[in-house]
Design a protein around this ligand. Structure first.
Ligand code: ADP
Ligand code: MG
Length: 696
């Protein structure tokens, strides 16, 4: 049988080299295998035909059935557009094409019946549709009972790749290679849960004949996706096998006790105390700790990390804490040093910009064991950083820290893997925690320190900008600082950067007596750090930036955040951003700016933000409202993998099943020696190099 991963896309009938390249760039589809697993994100039921008369408000993509009454070409040359008057018997609307005007004018006929698929828009009370997909009523495409809608990007659409074309290519591929779709689930699992076979499921998902077989096909493909994800996660898990011994930390000694009884800067919250108890139980157990500490922004994770590190010190080992950026590492370094130095603890900072001489000191002290706590960025896991006896590693804001990096940390102690504490402010719904952090135990700080005033969140429209600026002026006059955040999405990068620059100019003109800094992701890291530092030190009062404001940056004097084009952000992202304010004693504000014309759903989402600051509620809502196939949504969510078909929001039960199946299989066959096909599939899906000898 052919391995479909080895067959390049350009050999599929209709695709060719240029489009193959485009598909790879835009959707990461490389082979026939990938194409067949580019699943529809949703389906239109043929019976679900909209009527033009019923159009109202913000419309989704819809299907229509009717005739063109007339066509006209308006304008000339490159500016020419084709306008068709379309009626479905209930009302008429205009259909407009800006591209391929001549060909399309010849292709479409008045009088014939067509099925249209597109997004209706309203201008001055008239409905129109731009570049819809058009199928003759009697075509196979139009007659399919369910019509799959494929996720595409803006660029693909601009190059004429439509959902219909994807469908056609996939059908062409299936005609030649459909019988080579290999079964990749073990027969016992297929039989036990009566899953549909792989080849049938792939065929069905692209061209379902009825609702029930579509449901079964999707169930099987979702399970398969989740099962391999779980296999991959659990393969590295020490919790599953208990194979990795940990360094026992039986002692609570001088460091921890004197800090706890004499030096705590404030009483711990009940949640902080509970989490510390959970951590202490892990550390004393003789197993390696692998714990995720989850707590909303400002919930006080740093002090928990510090006290955990003090336990490591009490047991004659060293500790390190890592942050994703230099600024965050520096902030940690300063706060940890100020709290721990009075105990005689030696703390040092290691980042990419640490000078050679300081590196040498660090290396010498690490080797001698006289350096107790090393704070740093990813520089800490580099091979030339050698500890004498690393007992605990803390990773703050794990987003950019995957399984592989964690595995490298384990190797930092030659004798026994160090304990690991991963801290995150991202509220993680249960299904997600199970999936992404399948091998971690989870602790939650679900209580904020007393006296915090929740951030007041307001929704304001662009035409209210002057009022918003007046409020900013008042905050500045009170000595506070202000963040102004712009979206940046790679797809619209140019436009987005332009609006950022325009915003910056406008702010400078509006607030001439304050210093304004300006940060975006395209800047060199050193420049970015410099600008951020100006703001952190209150040399600048206003920071205009794209979403690069680093997770976890702490500027308690910043009381206000304005988020421009808030409608373009995911809810969890808005929540993360909002967490930058409300860190000081003053009442803080988050202003969500949006254009006035937004859809009902968008408005509901933004209003949720004004109503609640509960990160969990927001995360759940985010997962539910973010449609499957929403490519930008997935990319922004911080989830370190893409799900093609399963949904973390709705497939909780299948996730559980996949997890159980993977666990059972690995229990009986830890190296997958008896399942070579599974092992090969796993390698193909997750080719990242991991030093397994370190782990098992
Ligand atoms: P995060 O969980 O976002 O990392 P931090 O550890 O930075 O939060 O804590 C946020 C702020 O709250 C810090 O200024 C810290 O000193 C303070 N803080 C932490 N715990 C408490 C507490 N129990 N009581 C009062 N303030 C606290
Ligand atoms: Mg923090």
């Amino acid at each position: 049988m052919k391995n479909l991963r080895d067959i390049e896309l350009m050999y599929v009938k209709g695709v060719g080299p240029a489009r193959a390249k485009l598909l790879q760039e835009e959707l990461n589809l490389r082979s026939v295998h990938d194409l067949l697993r580019h699943f529809p994100s949703h389906y239109l039921d043929r019976s679900n035909v909209y009527r033009v008369r019923d159009f109202a408000g913000e419309m989704p993509f819809v299907q229509l059935r009717g005739r063109f009454v007339s066509f006209s070409v308006i304008g000339e040359g490159a500016k020419a557009r084709l306008v068709g008057l379309f009626t479905d018997g209930t009302a008429t609307m205009e259909v407009v094409w800006f591209k391929r005007v001549k060909q399309l004018r010849e292709l479409y006929k008045t009088g014939n019946e067509y099925v249209l698929f597109g997004k209706p828009q309203e201008f001055n009370g008239r409905w129109s549709m731009v570049h819809p997909e058009v199928d003759p009523l009697n075509s196979t495409q139009a007659q399919a009972e369910f019509r799959g809608i494929y996720p595409l990007t803006e660029k693909l659409r601009n190059r004429g790749v439509t959902s219909r074309l994807m469908f056609q290519w996939i059908q062409n591929a299936l005609a030649v290679y459909g019988s080579s779709v290999a079964e990749n689930l073990p027969p016992e699992i297929l039989a036990k849960y009566r899953f549909m076979g792989a080849a049938e499921a792939v065929r069905t998902v692209h061209k379902p004949s009825d609702a029930e077989s579509l449901r079964r096909a999707r169930e099987r493909l979702k399970f398969e996706e989740l099962f391999y994800l779980q296999l991959n996660i659990q393969r590295y898990s020490n919790r599953r096998t208990g194979a990795v011994r940990g360094i026992p930390f039986p002692r609570i000694g001088r460091f921890f006790n004197s800090f706890y009884s004499e030096m705590l800067p404030f009483p711990l919250t009940e949640a902080q105390k509970r989490v510390l108890r959970e951590i202490r139980a892990d550390l004393g157990s003789g197993r390696q700790m692998n714990r995720l500490l989850q707590g909303d922004v400002g919930s006080g994770k740093t002090i928990v990390a510090l006290m955990t590190m003090l336990i490591a010190l009490d047991n004659a080992t060293q500790a390190c804490i890592m942050a994703p950026t230099e600024i965050l590492a520096t902030q940690h370094y300063e706060s940890i040093r100020s709290m721990a130095a009075p105990l005689g603890v030696n703390v040092r900072l290691l980042t990419g910009s640490t000078k050679k001489k300081d590196r040498e000191t660090i290396a010498a002290e690490l080797a001698a064991g006289t350096l107790h706590i090393l704070v740093g960025t990813h520089a800490v896991i580099e091979d030339n950083v050698v500890f004498r006896n690393l007992g605990l590693a803390v990773i703050d804001e794990q987003h950019r820290f995957g399984v592989v990096q964690r595995a490298r940390l384990w190797g930092k102690n030659a004798a026994t893997a160090p304990h690991i504490l991963v801290m995150t402010a991202t509220p993680i719904p249960r299904t997600l925690a199970m999936t992404v952090y399948g091998d971690l135990d989870v602790s939650v700080i679900d209580e904020l320190p007393p006296g915090r005033k929740p951030v007041t969140t307001l929704l304001r429209f662009d035409d209210q900008r002057q009022n918003v600026y007046r409020s900013i002026g008042r905050q500045l006059a009170m000595g506070h600082q202000v963040y102004i955040v712009y979206p940046l999405i790679t797809e619209n990068e140019k436009t987005d950067l332009r609006s950022l620059e325009e915003g910056y100019e406008l702010i400078r003109e509006t607030f001439p007596s304050y210093r304004v800094t300006y940060v975006h992701g395209r800047m060199k890291p050193a420049e970015k750090d410099h600008q951020m530092k100006l703001f952190a030190e209150n040399q600048a009062q206003i920071l205009v930036s794209t979403t690069v404001i680093e997770v976890g940056v702490n500027v308690p004097n910043a009381s206000t955040m304005v988020i421009e084009n808030a409608e373009r952000f995911g809810l969890s992202q808005l929540h993360q951003l909002r967490g930058r304010v409300g860190r000081g004693a003053a009442q803080s504000y988050c202003v969500l700016m949006s254009k006035r014309k937004i859809g009902a759903d968008t408005r509901k989402r933004l209003e949720l933000m004004t109503r609640t600051t509960d990160g969990f509620e927001i995360a759940e809502a985010d997962l539910k409202t973010r449609g499957p196939g929403d490519l930008e949504g997935t990319m922004q969510s911080g989830i370190p993998f893409d799900l093609r078909i399963a949904s973390l929001a709705t497939d909780g039960q299948l996730i559980q099943l996949a997890r159980d199946c993977a666990e059972r299989l690995l229990d009986s066959d830890p190296a997958l020696a008896a399942h070579p096909a599974l092992a090969a599939e796993l390698r193909a899906l997750f080719p990242r190099p991991v030093d397994l000898s370190r782990i098992s």
